[in-house]
Design a protein around this ligand. Structure first.
Ligand SMILES: [Zn+2]
Length: 80
């Protein structure tokens, strides 16, 4: 079976399926050969998108993740 190949949209490196990070977003395929390139994309996104557009979403996700961590800490504390 032939493996699909992807091209990193940040650095242009070609990598096989199963490696790297592939994110389907609407009709786009965001492909990154490494987490380093994915984080570069994230940084560009944060730096170039106005806070008025992105701020509330980032804030919500951040709050959700912090909340999840708190619950995880509680579970861990119970086990000890
Ligand atoms: Zn790359």
């Amino acid at each position: 079976m032939r493996r699909e190949k992807y091209r990193c949209i940040v650095c242009g490196r070609v990598f096989p399926q199963g490696q790297g990070i592939i994110i389907k977003y609407q009709d786009m395929l965001l492909s990154f050969h490494s987490s380093k390139c994915a984080s570069k994309f994230l940084r560009i996104l944060l730096e170039t998108t106005p806070y008025s557009d992105l701020g509330k979403h980032i804030k919500r996700i951040h709050e959700d993740l912090v909340e999840q961590l708190k619950m995880l800490d509680k579970k861990r504390a119970k086990k000890i």
